[in-house]
Design a binder for this molecule. Structure first.
Ligand code: SF4
Ligand code: SF4
Length: 132
């Protein structure tokens, strides 16, 4: 299993940052409403920002700080964050195994509460959220 990491709707309201802890390139971002920036920390919760980006106003307005966002231009497809034991709610998929809601779709993560849904929205949305 390889491919870019896509965070889907199960992350909404959970955001425990387990994926951030395992990402070797700090390419998983959180929207900081106070500064209107997408930020990634050197270590989750450290408060020390590694990199930041401007959000696209329309795209970020969809979920705001409700979930985390992978920068797909920075993700190295290392596979670490979508191993089965990382995300407690099964929100992260490899792009090439992202379920599209059809019966023949790729397998859903076992912990994903949204099994059966079309998750493909989150590919373009992950791209749209980053304005730079
Ligand atoms: S591990 Fe899953 S629920 Fe936690 S922040 Fe990452 S995508 Fe969201
Ligand atoms: S696949 Fe690797 S590089 Fe990409 S977001 Fe997950 S942990 Fe980070």
């Amino acid at each position: 299993m390889a491919g870019l990491a896509i965070i889907t709707e199960a992350c909404i309201g959970v955001k425990d940052r387990a994926c951030v802890d395992v990402c070797p390139v700090q390419c998983i971002y959180e929207f900081d409403e106070a500064t209107n920036r997408l930020i990634s920390e050197i270590e989750a919760g450290s408060g020390v920002v590694e990199t930041e980006h401007a959000p696209d106003p329309a795209a970020i307005a969809v979920f705001g700080d409700g979930l985390l966002y992978v920068n797909l231009d920075e993700c190295t497809s290392c596979t670490a964050c979508y191993q089965p034991d990382v995300c407690p709610v099964g929100a992260i998929y490899s792009e090439e195994h992202l379920p599209d809601g059809s019966p023949t779709s790729a397998k859903y993560n076992s912990a994903d509460p949204h099994k059966g849904h079309d998750h493909t929205f989150f590919v373009q949305h992950s791209r749209d959220v980053f304005a730079d």
